[in-house]
Design a protein around this ligand. Structure first.
Ligand SMILES: [Zn+2]
Ligand SMILES: [Zn+2]
Length: 342
């Protein structure tokens, strides 16, 4: 099989490897689409901590495809179209026992600590198969759209913490690919309004087209004035900006829920927050990272039902041989989601 192997910073190459055969309980998936995300860009640049120097591994954790072969007891038939959730976990630490596999103390994940989906085939370990990482599709779907289930699951994990209701004014800060996914997911809850704050005119236009009730240019408009005295009931900060986190508290309505969705660059994550706003307005400030199988299942249901048109995010499809150009496109910031189609 052909696989895109990361051999160090800036060193990604397509290599020929033996196609895996599944042992008992294991599944081999023929990959039809695997999305490139920010994590992969960090892996490619050598700044991801799961890929220390000397690591030789196939990245790719947004995986959709078809079961090519299944080992004894795997419980899924060859030919089944599937989404593969990436996070496996150890299964025994407290976080795993609580169902927070995304916070496992010794995490294992496809494309992160295990060979992933930038490859014609990927081996899913028995532990992952047992805990339901291989999710059969209920109907045929575009594999590239199915690969977007993974980032959508991260988005849902953040929104679940915020409990979006029908009367809520939702503010999404940032209209990059993740901000747009937040917009699509928030609209499913039919809130009173979704406001998107984004300095780029092109991205604001896109957010308006995708259903934002109001877009705001924070560099020239007063977001607080737009939201009015009541503020926003749910605020999702989907931009790696310390100032946006601090401002979120000031823009929050009484009883608002806030999710710091994006991490800040390490070394600049200490932010001065007015904690009296949290106290007197009874704000709930949350953070979420990655996703669990339950988040992936919920995201897959939204994509299967058509409630979220995940395919809208896919702006490029490239074969493995053009992975370099695909990574460049993903890095440029102009593409929304570039998907490798092995
Ligand atoms: Zn991702
Ligand atoms: Zn664990």
């Amino acid at each position: 099989m052909a696989a895109l192997v990361c051999r160090g910073a800036g060193d990604l190459r397509v290599e020929e490897r033996p196609t895996p055969t599944p042992g008992p309980g294991e599944v081999v998936v023929r990959v039809e689409a695997c999305g490139i995300c920010g994590t992969d860009l960090r892996i490619a640049s050598g700044s991801h901590r799961a890929y220390p120097e000397g690591t030789v591994r196939v990245p790719g954790h947004e995986i959709a495809g078809t079961v090519a072969a299944a080992g004894d007891g795997a419980g899924i038939a060859a030919g089944t179209p599937v989404f593969v959730a990436p996070n496996v976990g150890c299964g025994s630490c407290r976080q795993c026992r609580q169902g927070r596999v995304n916070l496992c103390r010794t995490p294992s994940a496809l494309g992160i600590t295990l060979d992933g989906g930038f490859s014609t085939h990927v081996l899913v370990p028995a532990a992952a198969v047992r805990q339901g990482n291989v999710m059969a599709l209920e109907r045929p779907l575009d594999a590239a759209a199915v690969s977007v289930v993974e980032p959508l699951a991260c988005v849902l994990r953040g929104q679940t913490q915020c409990g979006i209701g029908r009367d809520d004014v939702v503010l999404i800060v940032g209209a990059g690919p993740i901000g747009l996914l937040h917009l699509l997911a928030a609209r499913v809850r039919e809130p009173g309004a979704v406001v998107v704050s984004e300095p780029s005119a092109a991205r604001r236009a896109q957010a308006a087209e995708w259903g934002a009730d109001r877009t705001v240019d924070p560099s020239s408009e007063d977001l607080a004035a737009v939201l009015g005295a009541d503020g926003a009931d749910v605020i999702i900060v989907a931009a790696p900006a310390a100032a946006a986190q601090a401002e979120a508290l000031r823009l929050a309505a009484t009883g608002a829920r806030i999710n710091f969705f994006g991490g800040l660059p390490s070394g600049s994550s200490e932010v001065a927050l007015d904690t009296n706003l949290i106290h007197y307005r009874e704000l709930v400030v949350t953070g979420t990272t990655a996703n669990t199988n339950a988040d992936c299942r919920a995201a897959l249901d939204l994509v299967t039902s058509g409630a979220v048109d995940a395919g809208r995010l896919v702006t490029g499809r490239r074969p493995l041989a053009e992975a370099g150009a695909a990574f460049d496109a993903a890095r440029s910031g102009e593409a929304l989601k570039v998907v490798i189609v092995p």
